[in-house]
Design a protein around this ligand. Structure first.
Ligand code: RB5
Length: 145
């Protein structure tokens, strides 16, 4: 199960991602927003990321205008490792090396075609573990300090 969230700047991209997930047979929960009207991104990031830390969802995909604000908010939720990506390599490596559990993208930055490629590689790439686990643990130590 994937948790989806967006503000107005990412609304259209989120809708395109929903359609793509439906076509791919990937179940999701839409945490809003549900229209292009202006809305603040931080509460949506919180609501969406809570689905991941509770275990209800495996990963989150978040969209705002740039992907930046919503990633900043997502990273304040304990247990979330959110990566703002606009290229394929980063979306892949943030899974392999950072075990990112939230992908953030900017609806005003990436086109739909690229965004769907980023979604697919993010959802289908495994964490490599090993030395990277130690580094993830160090991030968690900062979070808990
Ligand atoms: C909203 O206008 C915009 O600021 C927001 O979507 C996002 O880009 C913030 O980082």
């Amino acid at each position: 199960m994937i948790a989806l969230g967006a503000d107005h700047g990412g609304y259209e991209l989120k809708e395109a991602i929903k359609k793509h997930l439906e076509e791919s047979g990937v179940p999701y929960i839409d945490c809003g927003t549900s229209s292009p009207e202006s809305v603040d991104y931080a509460p949506i990031a919180k609501k969406t990321c809570e689905k991941v830390v509770s275990g209800e969802c495996e990963k989150a995909i978040l969209c705002c205008g740039t992907g930046i604000g919503i990633s900043m908010a997502a990273n304040k939720v304990k247990g979330i490792r959110a990566a703002c990506c606009s290229d394929y390599f980063s979306a892949k490596l943030t899974r392999q090396h950072n075990d990112a559990n939230a992908l953030c993208m900017g609806g005003r930055v990436v086109g739909v075609g690229l965004a769907l490629e980023l979604v697919d590689v993010f959802l289908n790439t495994e964490f490599e573990g090993g030395r990277h686990q130690r580094r993830i643990d160090q991030i968690a130590e900062i979070e808990n300090s």
